[in-house]
Design a protein around this ligand. Structure first.
Ligand SMILES: Cc1cc2nc3c(=O)[nH]c(=O)nc-3n(C[C@H](O)[C@H](O)[C@H](O)COP(=O)(O)O)c2cc1C
Length: 209
């Protein structure tokens, strides 16, 4: 196996992430949305998220002030809107989203993007300072999903119906989700798959066996 050295500016594209539109409230009460791909769950119970936000972004100033924000999951059908809110600070970007508020959000501090398939509101837990970005940690307070992306029993999200918008710094590029490839945590994670990949594409450890 040959490995070559890779600068960090080339290697970060190896981590593919979901693209979200993060909603916050501007000082004048108007909604603000911006695209964020540095997003990950960091705690299960209670469910907590971490977003890497550049220190220059209005989103960060809004979160510091209001102590809340929404995370709205971008999808392939909403690629243009989500991409646009990641390209500009012009307030016209915010009109691309059908803003709604949770009924208990009387002050309207946490705008959510109704035209995106999954919308969640978070209360601020912590902000960790790093050289260029802050890691913003939030605890989920409220979450809704479009009826159309649920399974028949309306219990679980179906990922193919959600059609999430994925991002990689390789390119950089947007991608959609590919094929179902197995069941995580299962003893035989590939059981039931129609086509098992040929041995050549198996992991390096398998190849040695
Ligand atoms: C696909 C995509 C992903 C992005 N991800 C991030 C991110 O994770 N962190 C970040 O600080 N900026 C990210 N940006 C840039 C911000 O969305 C952009 O600078 C936005 O204009 C900031 O708006 P604001 O000043 O209203 O917060 C991303 C942009 C795009 C197009």
């Amino acid at each position: 196996m040959t490995k070559i050295p890779l600068h960090h500016s080339k290697v970060h594209g190896a981590v593919v992430s979901a693209v979200t539109a993060v909603g916050t409230s501007n000082p004048d009460g108007s909604p603000n949305y911006a695209a964020f791909a540095f997003v990950s769950w960091v705690n299960i119970q209670p469910l907590m998220i971490c977003i890497g936000i550049n220190k220059s972004h209005r989103t960060l100033a809004n979160i510091r002030r209001t102590k809340q924000f929404s995370v709205n999951i971008g999808s392939i059908p909403t690629l243009d809107e989500v991409n646009f809110c990641g390209c500009t600070r012009n307030p016209i970007k915010n009109e691309k989203f059908d803003t709604f508020y949770h009924e208990e959000d009387k002050e309207k501090l946490c705008p959510m993007a109704g035209n995106l398939p999954v919308c969640m509101s978070f209360s601020l837990v912590d902000i960790h300072e790093y050289p260029t970005n802050c890691a913003v940690i939030g605890k989920v307070e409220y979450s809704v999903a479009d009826d159309s992306i649920m399974d028949d029993k309306k219990k679980f999200i179906e990922i193919k119906k959600l059609h999430p918008l994925l991002f990689s710094f390789c390119g950089p590029s947007y991608f959609s989700v590919g094929e179902y490839e197995g069941k995580p945590w299962a003893k035989n994670p590939r059981a039931g798959l129609k086509s098992i990949p040929p041995k050549e594409s198996a992991s390096p450890e398998d190849k040695g066996k």
